[in-house]
Ligand binder design. Structure first.
Ligand SMILES: Cc1cc2nc3c(=O)[nH]c(=O)nc-3n(C[C@H](O)[C@H](O)[C@H](O)COP(=O)(O)O)c2cc1C
Ligand code: SF4
Ligand code: SF4
Ligand code: SF4
Ligand code: FES
Length: 607
């Protein structure tokens, strides 16, 4: 933000104003490219291209409000833009100096005062470290990255610190891996540095396979140099001269950004031989993955880079000792790396002062589900779920009742409203039967059936299991069959016990983290919502009114007897005389829903 506002403090500034447009995948899917084009065209027609700077930036976080355009000075926040709004912004605001009230994000405007984007409640409880440059700098510009303290960390490491001092600083910061496991980063760097063997490799895990999660993609699209700089620092610390970023091919925009950023860093002597004029050399390449969830598992990822099928290997040996091509290998997640350069140049004390006693710093989450404001957030460790869901996320859509939040993606668990005031950190989430995972957070309202949610996540892990070990390959399938039986109204109490026993067995006997955590959504919903499972199998009811097989169609007394439903019922199970209330034979009904669809008076319902 300072970068933006400071531009206008300089009287020789080339531009009068800047407009920042989110060019991240989320906003592009709601037509931000067209918005940018419209703004550029309008400026050209007005001969104002020299006066107004149009900057394409990464994700602002509040993706739900996209496409977004932010006007500086001031940070005026235009949201939910549609065709034609770009031209209005040019004419009325950028050239006319007038705020367009109806296009401003509603909360930004109060009593005729226009708040900056970062003063709206979505942002005030956040703290940006890994995401500090996203939505601020032009990710294609290494100059803008450098202007906001980029490469200070690498410069300090290479010129003022020994490799061991770098590792000590990371250790003292207390940074833990953001890719799911939460392993202490400094310790992992130490193991790799101390391991015998050469060459050594630095890997970045940008596979990000959790459904709906895009924390890492937003860093790579919005601030690619933060990861490149951190991997270079890691190379110096562990004595490696080569690294790979493993990224799924389904992220074409991030791939493009990384390719051009690596090229630019090489041109400026920030990658390649004798970096910054020192003896240290380091180079980077990309490796594209085909999108299998299991390839995010570090051993499967290494197999995949080696050109083999992505299947986990036994551990130990760990990658620090025998990783890529059998050599000592450091592997960290994108968000983990995005913290590194700042820890080095600001110091471990600064980082460890943020967060809780055992979990330092911040965590990026993808906020989704039945919540008003969806997108990407970054909060200090220790922030409560209540603050995230109600203060940042704006509460539940339609002001419905909160039911649960799923953290940790398909391997995580559900947390109920009794724990809304729990400060989020690695240990608290694990104690609640869930996990931090890589940062997916799905909020659910009271219309969500927890048995069906468990079925949904298990379906995902069954699809993604690599099949190498029996407990995961066969066991998760059997669990899914039982869940399908329960939501179809054919389950028994014994099935619930079998689910629990199988789940606990799969957890302890599977080879890799996928199988070890696949039962979590089932076990955590059983822990907190056992009564819902029992209602499905004993009363043959779905308390949330979601599982179709357990609901019945009925006609209320507003029916006018038009006979439309009876004519459209494929099994002729609706009876009644014309102009009289009709009745459904629930035994014969096959629940096709036709009657509900055709009824002109909305007299057909489910219960
Ligand atoms: C099935 C499975 C999928 C995983 N997917 C990812 C992923 O997409 N990104 C990631 O960084 N870590 C993922 N992990 C964790 C990695 O194995 C590894 O722990 C992580 O990359 C280490 O980096 P960190 O210490 O910085 O977290 C996955 C683990 C499992 C078991
Ligand atoms: S636990 Fe599942 S994903 Fe992991 S190795 Fe076994 S079969 Fe493959
Ligand atoms: S749901 Fe289908 S089968 Fe059942 S009563 Fe309505 S139209 Fe007939
Ligand atoms: S379509 Fe609706 S109004 Fe007509 S008979 Fe059926 S339930 Fe009654
Ligand atoms: S993708 Fe545009 S704000 Fe997130």
């Amino acid at each position: 933000m300072a970068l933006r506002d400071n531009r206008f403090a300089n009287i020789n500034s080339l531009y009068n104003k800047q407009v920042l447009i989110c060019g991240d995948t989320g906003c592009r899917s709601s037509k931000s490219d067209e918005m940018e084009e419209e703004i550029r065209e309008a400026l050209k027609e007005a001969n104002a291209e020299e006066k107004i700077d149009v900057v394409r930036v990464g994700c602002f976080g509040l993706c739900e409000a996209g496409p977004i355009a932010v006007v500086y000075p001031g940070g005026k926040f235009y949201a939910y833009l549609k065709e034609g709004d770009g031209r209005r912004i040019v004419k009325e605001d950028l050239l006319g100096d007038k705020t367009i009230d109806e296009l401003i994000y509603p909360e930004s405007l109060s009593d005729d005062i226009v708040k900056s984007i970062y003063d709206v409640s979505f942002y005030t409880k956040q703290k940006k470290i890994a995401h500090k440059n996203c939505g601020v700098i032009n990710p294609d510009s290494i100059e803008e990255y450098i202007a906001l303290d980029g490469y200070l960390g690498l410069h300090k490491a290479l010129n003022e610190m020994s490799p061991q001092e770098v590792i000590d600083e990371i250790k003292e910061s207390g940074l833990r891996g953001r890719g799911g496991g939460g392993f202490p980063t400094g310790l992992k760097w130490q193991f790799t540095k101390d391991a015998e063997g050469s060459p050594k490799y630095v890997l970045c895990n940008a596979d990000e396979g959790d459904p709906g999660a895009f924390m890492d993609r937003s860093i790579l699209e919005g601030d690619p140099y933060s990861v490149i700089e951190a991997m270079t620092i890691a190379g110096y610390a562990i004595n490696a001269n080569y690294g790979f970023i493993y990224i799924r091919a389904e992220y074409p925009s991030a791939v493009e950004k990384l390719e051009s950023s690596i090229k630019k860093a090489k041109e400026l002597g920030l990658l390649g031989n004798n970096i910054m004029g020192t003896d240290f050399s380091f180079d980077l390449e990309l490796r594209l993955g085909a999108g299998a969830f299991v390839c995010g598992e570090e051993m499967a990822l290494i197999e995949s880079i080696e050109g083999k099928r992505g299947i986990p290997r036994n551990k130990p040996p760990f990658p620090a000792n025998e990783g890529l091509w059998g050599k000592p290998t450091l592997i960290n997640n994108v968000e983990t790396y995005a913290n590194i350069a700042q820890i080095i140049y600001k110091g471990s004390d600064w980082f460890s002062s943020i967060g809780t006693e055992k979990s330092h710093g911040t965590k990026v989450f993808t906020l989704g589900g039945n919540i008003k404001r969806t997108g990407i957030i970054e909060v200090p460790m220790g922030t409560t779920l209540r603050d995230i869901i109600y203060e940042i996320g704006g509460g539940i859509i339609g002001d419905k009742e909160f039911k649960a939040v799923q953290t940790g993606g398909p391997s995580g668990g559900c947390i109920t409203k009794d724990y809304l005031d729990t400060p989020i950190d690695y240990d608290n989430l694990t104690a609640l039967g869930s996990m931090m995972g890589s940062g997916g957070m799905i909020v659910m309202d009271d219309s969500t059936c927890m048995v069906d949610i468990a079925r949904f996540f298990l379906e995902f892990t069954v699809d993604e299991s690599c099949g190498k070990c029996t407990p995961c390959r066969e066991g998760t399938k059997r669990m899914l069959e039982i869940l399908e039986k329960i939501v179809a109204g054919k389950g028994t109490l014994e099935d619930i016990d079998t689910l629990e026993n199988l789940g606990n067995m799969i957890k302890i006997s599977s080879l890799c983290g996928l199988g070890q955590s696949a039962p979590n959504p089932v076990l955590s919903t059983l822990r907190y919502f056992r009564d819902e499972y029992e209602a499905h199998v004993v009363d043959k009811k779905c308390p949330a009114g979601h599982c179709k097989a357990l609901l019945e169609y009925y006609i209320d007394d507003t029916c006018i007897g038009c006979r439309k439903c009876a004519r459209n019922c494929p099994v002729n199970c609706i009876s009644g005389k014309p102009k009289e209330v009709h009745v459904i034979d629930t035994e014969a009904c096959i629940k096709c829903g036709n009657c509900m669809e055709v009824c002109p008076t909305n007299s057909v319902h489910l219960r």
